[in-house]
Write a protein of this length. Sequence first.
Length: 434
Amino acid sequence: MKNLAIAGGSPVRTAAFTGRRTMGEEEKRAVCEVMDSDNLSAFFGSPGDQWLGGPRVKEFERKWAERYGFKHAISVNSWTTGLMTAVGAVGIGPGDEVIVSPYTMSASATAILFYGGIPVFADVDPNTFNISAETIAARITPRTRAIMVVHIFGQAADMDPILEIARKHNLKVIEDAAQAPGVHYKGRPVGAIGDVGGFSLNYHKHIHTGEGGVLVTNDDKTALRCQLIRNHAENLAETYGMDDLTNMIGSNYRLTELQAAIGSVQLDRLGGYLEHRNRLAQHLSAKLAKIPGLTPPHITEGSEHAYYVYPIKYDASVTGIPRALFVKAVNAELPTPQSAEQVGLAPAYVRPLYLAQLYQKKIAIGSKGFPWTVNADVDYNYAKGLCPTAERMHEHEMLMTTLVREPLTEADLDDFVAAIEKVLRHKDELQGLA
Ligand SMILES: *Cc1c(COP(=O)(O)O)cnc(C)c1O
């Protein structure tokens, strides 16, 4: 009789991990008030009171800015469009190089391409999975204009040395803090430590409005530029005194009153979620730290973590079990997930972005190779091997769990650890399985 569930034994746990429940009575009430007002979006794309949106949009932005101490918060209809707005606002144009992580959601890099900028990928740090001053420095050229820092998985990147490099080379700093709302770096809230940045409000993030995003900045002019790009800048730039016409073709990235009303309620939940996740993470890390071959997240002094996901480094040469088989065997010990948030263990995160066809073939805007053709004398390298740490994490070392989240408890994570320990204890039973 075998012990491991994957080999026919009984699993550690069959009762489902409780799913997330994100919407409560307060959100319902807020939405109904907007319905009763009959005004689902009060934006106008022309000069006047309403070019900055309706009462709920303004209240939501004010609340976000005050809660975390930003001078400006500007809502948008997704964080993908928020990133595009940020890239436009700092003045990126055709042929400008922007240094970015390859180990992130694809939009961190495509936002650069939408303005004709060229993503230049810097490798990640093997402990934090964030780009660092060292990896950034190696990619700076005379064409570099900006750095896009991603606070991946929710941990603040080491910003001070990055800001120092940026100052030295006169570079703008954009922060993709999609996974790190409410996180601080040395006491400062991430998002606006550089020039501009912000957060995602899609369904899977800590708090959400279905789809949505929030830009934050402490610079008045950058804020105005973001507000203009969000809402048909071409109609408004003159009236509102924008003397620099760079990228002042706007779009419609406006959040609705319904979403803003939900967002204001959700914002009150964020602090509690972060506390909850940090408490669970501490509990889990203490246990995983005792298991050879598994490394819990490395917490850099001064860098808070939001645990959007909880990353674990895996060393198959220590455990003696290939990563894919380990994942399968551990998950077999746990209840079958009904949603992404109930998955015990998942491998890899994302493939380094430059390995996508878009970069391999250099076809982005139109079919003739723009924007890379702007710098025809430069042969941009997106070959395999470009960022060896990111590739190694993807191919071999990264494991993640989404169980470090509300409303799960320490007891739930004890079952998760028990599943891991059981698989390691009976690894001989994995012989011949794959
Ligand atoms: C979620 C996410 C985005 C995109 O946000 P959307 O609101 O889904 O458009 C961008 N960057 C990172 C790192 C993300 O996690």
